[in-house]
Design a protein around this ligand. Structure first.
Ligand SMILES: [Zn+2]
Ligand SMILES: [Zn+2]
Length: 154
């Protein structure tokens, strides 16, 4: 795994109309195998990195809401339609950035993977923790602590 670069990080969509800046260290990294992510990502699973909300900024362009348009808001570039980030329902303290929007995702690996009950038979990730659906809410503090510790020693 490549060393995580120093903050801030820059990122953007496929066409470059929407640009992002990340100025706070990630809380955790995740791969999601759910069928919704399979469709929205046009792939076997989605990759995300949870960024504290105060450390996430759109610096250029105006992302639009897409996906299921429900309580969790999925943001896309209005031109190239890249799925860029999600503001999950009831969890205002972080933004779930799609990891491959980062200009340099070379350091990225998913720490946890979710919805393995829906995964394609061959799909595998190097995640340390796997869940058939989602971790229980009371597991998150321990997971975030463990992620922070391994990211430091990294
Ligand atoms: Zn774009
Ligand atoms: Zn998913």
């Amino acid at each position: 795994m490549a060393k995580r670069p120093d903050l801030p990080w820059e990122g953007g969509c496929r066409c470059g109309q929407v640009r992002l800046r990340i100025s706070a260290p990630p809380l955790v990294t995740m791969a999601c195998h759910c069928t919704g992510c399979q469709r929205m990502s046009a792939s076997a699973f989605s990759l995300s990195v949870a960024i504290p909300s105060e450390g996430f900024a759109v610096t250029q362009g105006e992302p639009i809401i897409g996906g299921m348009r429900g309580a969790s808001r999925h943001y896309f570039c209005p031109h190239c339609m890249s799925w860029m980030f999600t503001r999950p329902e009831g969890l205002d303290f972080f933004v779930n950035l799609r990891a491959t929007m980062l200009d340099d995702p070379s350091w990225y690996t998913p720490f946890i993977e979710t919805w393995t009950s829906e995964k394609l038979a061959w799909a595998a990730t190097p995640a340390v923790h796997s869940y058939p659906s989602l971790p229980a809410p009371d597991e998150f503090p321990g997971l975030l602590k463990e992620y922070a510790e391994q990211a430091e020693t990294g």
